[in-house]
Structures are given as structure tokens and as C-alpha cells.
Design a binder for this molecule. Structure first.
Ligand SMILES: Cc1cc2nc3c(=O)[nH]c(=O)nc-3n(C[C@H](O)[C@H](O)[C@H](O)COP(=O)(O)OP(=O)(O)OC[C@H]3O[C@@H](n4cnc5c(N)ncnc54)[C@H](O)[C@@H]3O)c2cc1C
Length: 384
């Protein structure tokens, strides 16, 4: 039996470990790594331990490391839906950067795209659109990595990843094995899935497979998008570029040099309310009911008809306009839902503004806004 060796660097020491199972890459576990630079909002403290995982073998090693040392574990992707608390995280942050080639297969209309978790989401969307495939073109320009997209069922301009995800390859920390979840097993709904509800942290996504269409028309459901093409039928790549343009204009295209985009995206989810409440909400805002931005909501588990309200509108009506400033933080001058770090902000600054907004919205409309980005801090539980 041939022995192979690998190294595990931890607690500043170097352990030489002999294994017999399979060739494994070098896993480096670093100590006290600042997490703010790994996020688009750029606030918060350090991880006690941090490992960049570039393969499934390294992932297993990292999980074993956390188990051996009884450390809570947290999966980090592109950090674009994440807020780090100032106290940091006392466990192991596993940066899931599994890269590699995207694989296309299938013939005719249906094309399957297998995308490693560490591939930039926008790179995948661009590649699909360049191949003339439809299904993800409206999701252009969303920051982060592909492995992060099933977690909150990423969506924009009338598309959600749940509409095209065929399956997701994961490491299941309960059964301690890699397995493939079908779309149905992912339990997708608005901004939720089994990855952030079951409880969060059970599954580590290593690959996402998308079922895309060749030769189909690009999706133009949102009026803002439709109006850009009038009666023409655009190619997926044209939609890709227009969506990015619209996003840039709203500060929703992340760029480190654009302070308006130094955010975690939309900070609040659009709330669902019974349709019967529209009248009183309009009255409170002193507008006609038709002027309250809302969409019909398909909520199978609710008997009364509901609508989805625009959280951005509620925030504005509660007295927080675009460009609002509160010390080192504020609201993007181009997007009412993006809390931005204007430079040197701490988590405490973000939390203070978040709480002020929530309190005002509740006081005025009796609606509790739910935070969209995941929050990581010393109290973050890892039940696995
Ligand atoms: C400017 C801007 C615009 C945005 N626009 C949109 C938008 O239009 N629509 C939308 O839905 N979102 C949007 N977002 C939010 C964000 O980009 C997406 O949610 C994105 O998919 C998060 O991916 P990530 O790799 O950055 O994940 P992270 O922020 O690193 O992590 C988010 C959550 O996913 C988990 N996670 C990440 N990767 C994995 C993995 N491989 N396995 C298991 N768990 C994992 C983390 O543990 C965490 O709980 C925007 C954000 C910004 C900053």
C-alpha cells in the first residue's frame, strides 16, 4: 500500500500526517483572518480559523479538522450576502473556492451546465449567454460565487435560480458523504431553500447543475427590461448586457471603487402581507392603493390572498431616502434597500441604521422587515 503525505498547517504549527486513502491536496488552516475583505460590505471582525478549500478532498479535510477540534464551521462564498459582526467568528470559516471547468452536455434544446461552486456567478451567466442559452440571463451581474446562489434562491428581474437548477452536489454533514440533491429536494421558495432553513450549514455546495434552453427567447418579464427592447426579441447576451447596465445605474453591480455598491445587496426582504391590508397601508402613506408598489404573491400555505410589497418603498416612506447618511454608513444614493459602508464602518454602525429603519417601518406600517443578508458572529450556531 502506497503512502502519501500531506500537510496540515494549524495553530501556527506544522503537522505531517500520513494517509492511505487517496492523494490529497495541501490544506492550510490560518489563524485570526480578517473577514471584512472577503465581503462586499466590508465590515466586521476576524475568523479564529480560516481555510480556503479548492477541492472536495480539501473540503473533507477541513470538515474533519473542525470536528476534531470541536469548532463551529461556516461556509463562505463570495461574501456578497453576508454581514460579519465586529466580534468575528470563533470557529472555522471554510472559503468554498472549488474551481475548475464548467461542463456543458446534452443535445437539442436542453443543455445541462455543471458549474463548480467556486466559479464566479457572473462568469457562468456570461458563458451561458455567449452560448445563446436562456434561463439565467436576467440574473447577470449578481455578485458572489455559483455555490452561493441556491442558498437563498437568488432572483432578479423575474428569474430565480430555482427555475433552472437541475441538481446540486453537496457534502452532507449529517451523513458525512457527498450526494446530489434534486431540484425538489432543495425546497426552493422566495429567498429560501433547504440550504438556509434545515438548519443552515448542513449542506456544503460543491457544484450546481443548470438546465438551460437553446434557441428559446430570452425572458423579459419586468417592465423595466421589456421597455428596453420594445417589440424586438433580444439574444440572451443582449439581455445580459442590458441587465448589467440597469444594475450599474442602481448601484447593484458590485465595484470596490463605487461606494454606492459597497453593500450586501438588498438589506431587507420584500414582505408579504394580506391583500386586505393594502388600503390601510396606502392611507398611512397618504397615497392611492394603486400607488403602493406590490405584486400578487403565490403562497400555497396561506388561505387569504397575499401580496408582496416593495421593501424599498416602505423604507423610503418611513423617512429613509436614497443617499441617507448616518456617520460611516448610509443608504445608497441609487438604491433604497442597499445599506452602504461609506468607508471605515463597523458592524455596529450598520446594525444601528438597520434597527432605526426597522423601528420606523414598524411604527408607521406595523410591518416587520426581515434582514436578507446572513449575519455571522460569535453566537452563530453550528448544530453539526
Ligand atoms: C451589489 C449586490 C447586488 C445583489 N443583487 C442580488 C439580487 O439581485 N438578487 C439576489 O437574490 N441577491 C443579490 N445579492 C446578494 C448576493 O449576491 C447573492 O445572495 C449571492 O448569491 C450570494 O453568494 P455568495 O457566494 O456571495 O455567498 P456568501 O455571501 O458568501 O454566503 C451567503 C450564504 O450562503 C452560504 N454559502 C455560500 N456559499 C456556499 C456553499 N458553497 N455551500 C453552502 N453554503 C454556502 C453562506 O454560508 C451564507 O449563509 C446582491 C448582493 C450585492 C452586494
Amino acid at each position: 500500500m502506497k503512502l502519501r503525505h500531506y500537510e496540515l498547517i494549524a495553530w501556527g504549527q506544522r503537522h505531517i500526517v500520513w494517509g492511505t486513502l487517496r492523494p490529497v491536496a495541501t490544506l492550510q488552516v490560518q489563524e485570526q483572518v480578517a473577514l471584512a475583505p472577503f465581503t462586499t460590505l466590508g465590515v466586521g471582525g476576524s475568523a479564529r480559523f480560516f481555510a480556503r478549500v479548492a477541492s472536495e478532498n480539501e473540503l473533507e479535510e477541513a470538515v474533519a479538522f473542525a470536528t476534531k477540534h470541536s469548532l463551529p464551521l461556516f461556509a463562505l462564498g463570495g461574501g456578497s450576502n453576508l454581514v460579519i459582526r465586529d466580534e468575528g467568528f470563533h470557529g472555522l470559516v471554510l472559503h468554498l473556492a472549488i474551481g475548475g471547468e464548467m461542463q456543458m452536455s446534452g443535445a437539442g434544446d436542453g443543455i445541462r451546465y455543471d458549474v463548480p461552486a467556486g466559479v464566479s456567478w457572473d462568469d457562468f451567466v456570461l458563458s451561458a449567454c455567449e452560448h445563446g442559452l436562456t434561463g439565467v440571463e436576467c440574473l447577470a451581474g449578481i455578485p458572489g460565487l455559483t455555490g452561493g446562489t441556491p442558498v437563498q434562491n437568488v432572483g432578479a428581474y423575474g428569474q430565480e435560480v430555482s427555475q433552472t437548477i437541475g441538481s446540486v452536489r453537496v457534502y452532507d454533514r449529517v451523513v458525512r458523504a457527498f450526494l446530489v440533491l434534486t431540484n425538489e429536494q432543495c425546497c426552493f421558495a422566495y429567498r429560501t431553500s433547504c440550504f438556509n432553513t434545515q438548519p443552515s450549514g448542513r449542506y456544503l455546495v460543491t457544484q450546481v447543475s443548470f438546465d438551460l434552453k437553446a434557441g428559446a427567447s430570452a425572458a423579459l418579464r419586468y417592465p423595466e427590461l421589456k421597455s428596453r427592447f420594445l417589440d424586438s426579441t433580444p439574444l440572451p447576451l443582449e439581455v445580459y448586457h442590458v441587465v448589467r447596465e440597469i444594475r450599474r445605474a442602481k448601484g447593484m453591480l458590485f465595484s470596490a471603487s463605487d461606494p454606492d455598491s459597497r453593500s450586501a445587496g438588498s438589506f431587507f426582504k420584500n414582505p408579504f402581507v394580506p391583500a386586505s391590508r393594502l388600503g390601510e397601508i396606502a392611507e398611512e402613506a397618504a397615497v392611492a392603493p394603486a400607488s403602493v408598489p406590490h405584486w400578487p404573491a403565490a403562497l400555497e400555505d396561506r388561505s387569504a390572498p397575499h401580496v408582496k410589497l416593495a421593501a424599498a418603498w416602505l423604507v423610503q416612506m418611513a423617512g429613509f431616502p436614497k443617499g441617507f447618511s448616518d456617520g460611516a454608513v448610509g443608504i445608497s444614493s441609487r438604491h433604497s434597500l442597499a445599506l452602504v459602508n461609506r468607508g471605515g464602518a463597523h458592524f455596529s454602525d450598520v446594525a444601528r441604521l438597520r434597527d432605526r429603519i426597522r423601528e420606523e417601518v414598524y411604527a408607521r406600517f406595523s410591518i416587520r422587515l426581515e434582514q436578507e443578508p446572513v449575519e455571522l458572529g460569535p453566537e452563530t450556531r453550528d448544530p453539526f
